[in-house]
Ligand binder design. Structure first.
Ligand code: FPP
Length: 261
């Protein structure tokens, strides 16, 4: 159905990322960055193309940004690839994104391994096409020993659904006697989230100009710094990532406390 769009073998990680790191404090790089990759559809429309063209370009941008993030010493990127609400989109667009994911996970795996990228996922596996689930399992298995940057893809993900999933899991443990109610605390709760084992994001980036959280990482962004840009995701560059980090470095992170003077 989407043959034309997938003809060229464009899925290779760019070998070198051009970026200007002058003025960046390399001793204060965020460990974990969350990204809402918004604006693919509008980007495509502006060029007189179908929305799906924007998603394909967006997948390319993600590759570039992961590479740049790795070079900057960022430890993890969590990218919002498909939300629990995205099923409301026209069926052709949903199919396209699923096919894109499936192809991406096949074509990129070698590059991920060569670049020491560990691939993880967050979200519900239920309702995803079997082939996508298989490719996800394969990507996890193939990259599980990679020690470089973690690329955590949020697929069929919603923050509210994730919290409900954690609550159900905790309730089950209480019901079967393996957990006491008084032992439920923040670390226990976080161990029951899809993001188990990952530190909370220090910085959340949203492209596309909207100023909302869109059900992304509702628990985990409690103290994340937020940076937004009106630039559409396919036009987002490594230099813009650096710009976001520079702004992050100027912020005073107090985590509810006071800054020591
Ligand atoms: C937002 O743009 C993007 C999405 C809903 C998800 C698609 C994301 C990608 C294709 C990038 C990552 C892909 C892979 C394969 C990992 P939008 O459609 O909401 O844009 P709009 O706000 O302009 O309509």
């Amino acid at each position: 159905m989407f043959k034309g769009l997938f003809q060229k073998p464009v899925y290779s990680m760019p070998s070198k990322v051009k970026m200007d790191t002058s003025g960046l404090d390399m001793s204060n790089i965020p460990e974990h960055i969350a990204i809402i990759m918004d604006g693919n559809g509008r980007w495509a429309k502006e060029q007189g193309k179908v929305r799906t063209f924007g998603h394909k370009a967006g997948a390319e941008t993600l590759k570039k940004i992961v590479k740049a993030a790795d070079a900057l010493g960022i430890k993890a990127i969590t990218a919002y690839a498909f939300s629990t609400e995205n099923w409301k989109r026209p069926v052709t667009e949903v199919h396209f994104i699923m096919e894109l994911l499936s192809r991406y996970l096949t074509s990129e795996i070698q590059e991920f391994k060569e670049n020491n990228v560990q691939v993880r996922f967050m979200g519900s596996r239920e309702g995803l096409p079997a082939i996508v689930n298989e490719k996800m399992d394969h990507a996890i298995e193939e990259t599980k020993n990679d020690t470089g940057i973690i690329l955590n893809l949020a697929i069929n993900y919603g923050g509210q659904a994730e919290i409900l999933h954690a609550v159900r899991s905790i309730a089950r443990q209480v019901a079967d006697g393996t957990l006491k109610i008084e032992d439920i605390d923040v670390p226990v709760f976080e161990n029951n989230l899809y993001s188990k084992g990952l530190p909370s994001p220090d910085l959340m980036i949203r492209t596309g100009g909207d100023l909302r959280v869109s059900n992304f990482l509702l628990w985990q962004i409690a103290y994340a710094e937020i940076w937004t840009t009106s630039v559409y995701w396919p036009d987002f560059t490594p230099d813009m990532l650096i710009e976001a980090i520079k702004i992050y470095q100027k912020r005073e992170r107090r985590f509810g406390g006071l800054v020591q003077k």
